[in-house]
Design a protein around this ligand. Structure first.
Ligand code: HEM
Length: 372
């Protein structure tokens, strides 16, 4: 039932241990001038700080003749480790080339639309957004309430573009608190960098003072990919094929040829027939590459009823990762995966977005104040 602090050097929800539930929202701005955008971010920051403390949007004085200030579904609930993480997309700065808020000169060089990747099947309705809000909490109603109320107070300045709810096994379901499994049944997150190691986080996640723009220092870039899984095909695949697809054992999560989940990958090792034990096109081999590009993955599973095109379950991974530079970290990894990954037989990328997650705000300040 704990509270995650809203104010700090960095935003919460990035190195914060992943909560059980996600509600992700991408907004489009309908504001037409810079002040309206600044006022929105000020309002959102003040409300986010309240919500993360487990408070409602504002004090309701029980006036019978006006709608209540807060929608009410979290009254009396604990904060449930709610974290709200805000980012701005390339279209925040330039929309179809137009310098809409006079902020185009602030656009980071590394914040541009992602290049197309082979095999992408992106749908407009799952892509982009001027601003994102990632709400994570250990209660789905708390996460939903946050997005609902942020959208409500944004009226006139921003509208919802797309949303996606996400989940993982709840932490109470796993006594051992092990690495959660994705919907293909494999432990997902094993080889992530250590979020408790500040030095590693400075190397992988947080924008550093020397790499500009100044307003992004201590922020981080987020890449979101909505990746649908071809569950029916996967479910007819043999265990051996599944393990070769990832290059890890399903049960233990250990790399093929090793015993324990956290044993390092042995990419050179061959079997008695002289074949690589972790196949050439295994997901972990290609994702690891030569070990230069690292990202912090913080993904959630999703289900969305039935895909009307195929009649199959619409389920998959809302892949989310954080990094200092998406062009040097996510993009080269995804280029390798898109070209060769054995997993491509079982997945398809249907949504995509990239955001610059603002540096944290101090008490009395607001998110984005370094930008205006
Ligand atoms: C590793 C699943 C998409 C990057 C893994 C592992 C699994 C997995 C099971 C091994 C355990 C671990 O280290 O976490 C999936 C699934 C995906 C997906 C089911 C799609 C539905 C992606 C994408 C990227 C990515 C789009 C980035 C472009 C990585 C990286 C590793 C990894 C960097 C660690 C490799 C290492 O250093 O050992 N993934 N993944 N994955 N994945 Fe993915």
């Amino acid at each position: 039932g704990q509270a995650v602090p809203f104010y700090g050097k960095h935003q919460s929800g990035i190195v914060t241990p992943a909560q059980d539930f996600l509600y992700f929202a991408a907004f489009d701005l309908i504001a037409t001038d810079r002040d309206e955008v600044r006022i929105l971010l000020q309002k959102w920051s003040a409300i986010a700080a309240r919500l993360q403390r487990g408070e409602t949007v504002g004090d309701d004085e029980g006036k019978p003749l006006v709608p209540p200030v807060d929608t009410g579904e979290t009254i009396g609930l604990h904060p449930m480790s709610l974290s709200l993480t805000f980012g701005v997309g390339p279209s925040f700065f330039r929309q179809k080339g137009v310098n809409r808020f006079g902020l185009a000169d602030r656009q980071p060089e590394v914040l541009s639309e992602l290049p197309p990747f082979p095999g992408d099947n992106l749908k407009e309705e799952w892509c982009g957004g001027d601003i994102c809000v990632q709400a994570c909490a250990n209660d789905p109603q708390v996460a939903f309430h946050a997005i609902r109320n942020l959208a409500r107070v944004a009226r006139g300045a921003a509208v919802l573009r797309w949303t996606q709810a996400g989940f993982q096994r709840t932490s109470t379901a796993d006594a051992a608190k092990g690495t959660p499994r994705n919907l293909l049944g494999f432990k997902d997150g094993t080889a992530n960098p250590d979020t408790t190691d500040n030095e590693q986080m400075n190397q992988v996640v947080w924008v550093q003072p020397d790499e500009g723009p100044d307003w992004m220092v201590n922020g981080s870039y987020m890449v979101v990919r909505r990746i649908q899984m071809r569950i029916e095909v996967w479910d007819r695949t043999t265990l051996q094929e599944e393990e070769n697809t990832f290059g890890r054992h399903r049960e233990s999560g250990a790399p093929l040829g090793k015993q324990n989940e956290f044993d390092p990958l042995d990419l050179e090792r061959k079997n008695e027939r002289g074949e690589l034990i972790i196949p050439e096109n295994a997901h972990v081999r290609l994702a690891f590459g030569d070990g230069t590009e690292k990202i912090l993955r913080r993904s959630y599973s999703y289900t969305n009823g039935i895909d009307l095109d195929t009649g199959h379950l619409d389920a998959g991974l809302l892949f989310i990762c954080f990094q200092r530079d998406p062009l040097k970290q996510f993009v080269p990894i995804q280029q390798r995966l898109a070209k060769q990954d054995a997993l491509n037989e079982y997945i398809v990328h249907v949504g995509s977005a990239v955001f610059a997650c603002l540096p944290g705000a101090q008490e009395g300040g607001y998110l984005g104040e370094t930008l205006f």
